[in-house]
Design a protein around this ligand. Sequence first.
Ligand code: 13P
Ligand code: SF4
Length: 471
Amino acid sequence: MPSVDTLIQTIRTTGAGASCTPDLAKGPWEFDRVTGYGPGSSMGDVIPVGAPRQGGLPEEYRLASNDELHARIRAAKETLGSRVVILGHFYQRDEVVQHADFLGDSFQLANAAQTVPEAETIVFCGVHFMAETADILAKPTQNVILPNLAAGCSMADMADLDSVEECWAQLEQIYGTEPDADGRLPVIPVTYMNSSAALKGFCGRHGGIVCTSSNAETVLEDAFSRGQRVLFFPDQHLGRNTAKKMGVALEQMPMWNPRKPLGGSTSDQLQDARVILWHGFCSVHKRFNVGQIEAARAEFPGVRVIVHPECPMEVVDAADEAGSTDYIRKAVAAATEPTTFAIGTEINMVNRLAAEFPQHTIFCLDPVVCPCSTMYRIHPGYLAWVLEELVAGRSPNVIEVDEVTAVDARLALERMLALRPKPMPGDPAPASTAHAPAPRSREGVADAVVASGGPVGSTAGSTAAAPIVEV
Ligand code: 13P
Ligand code: SF4
């Protein structure tokens, strides 16, 4: 199976197949000065003022061939030895992932860093919010580097602290701030892991909690036990799909559009709300539609359709299963008979699964090659550059969350870590169903992750919930 980059270059030169834009074939440094997220992002994605921008990549890295870059990355890695650990997200391009020490989802990777305390530097080949979370969970002595600062996440950027605080003030006017007779607060804020550290900090300060796509249901259960309703940001689809599965009626899930008064809902709708959904979405997962599922079923009778819960509700409803990147990976790995899988998530991950499990037929539901455009901006040229800078004793592109924000954000993460996840098919039975005590210290978070069963290579149940795949 050719890598996504090879596919994109082939489409450009032969015209066979389709990518969402021919600009994807260019080097990401060509877009350092554009104001948007670059090729592949949707028109609705607006890069926030003040978002980190990447300064130019030196010419020697822009002009080098992939072979030369790979040789330079390997040499720099060898020189740096255990002082550096490279993390690669499931959606990262193969040309980068081949140099990663760990491959996994965002939360697994944030925790992976803690299993290598001797590493002074964590090079996070993912997107900005992932590097921030790694910094929050890392030891104070560890630096986290994002090789291309333009690797943001358009969904995470759809909710910013000012807009959420403005929303919160309006909700306080409607609901007040006092708990009900059962001690439940009027609203519990829940932020998806795909959000800025500032929003995780907001949740920490307001009795809120972080969730991932692996544990959203467990987190919502916790939030409903402590609050009368939930404000869920930034991904409306994960919020809606999860709450619907838990039996919340669609009429009780009004949308909050930060550009409209009362978020675009009436105060009656808000009074009756159980989950207030922020108007955010992922431009990659928004591309999946029911027509693609129908086409897959027509062409491959018996196909197993699995989609990520960031997909729109009608797509999740039409699929056989929906689950996080970790769920998708486990589902494919667990299939004992040759199976045809149509998968609705980012194409780098889907194509890698296809290469890894050749006994199955695995394809992406979207026939158009359209990777996560921001993740894709981490090209081997940037990885070679940051590693060689480290060899030279310099640390470029360090992602550092200020300590005031980090303390609050850690609190929201700790509340999540203290919950037991729902068991997934194939998971061994947990030793205890009791809630783990919430850790308090920076080190405590690491202890809780390890204690709850999420060290590298483990498959035991945990909030981290999954093996980190060593590559
Ligand atoms: P994970 O949380 O599974 O890593 O997914 C991150 C993501 O960005 C999904 O779009
Ligand atoms: Fe963000 Fe979507 Fe990319 Fe995930 S796939 S990092 S949600 S833009």
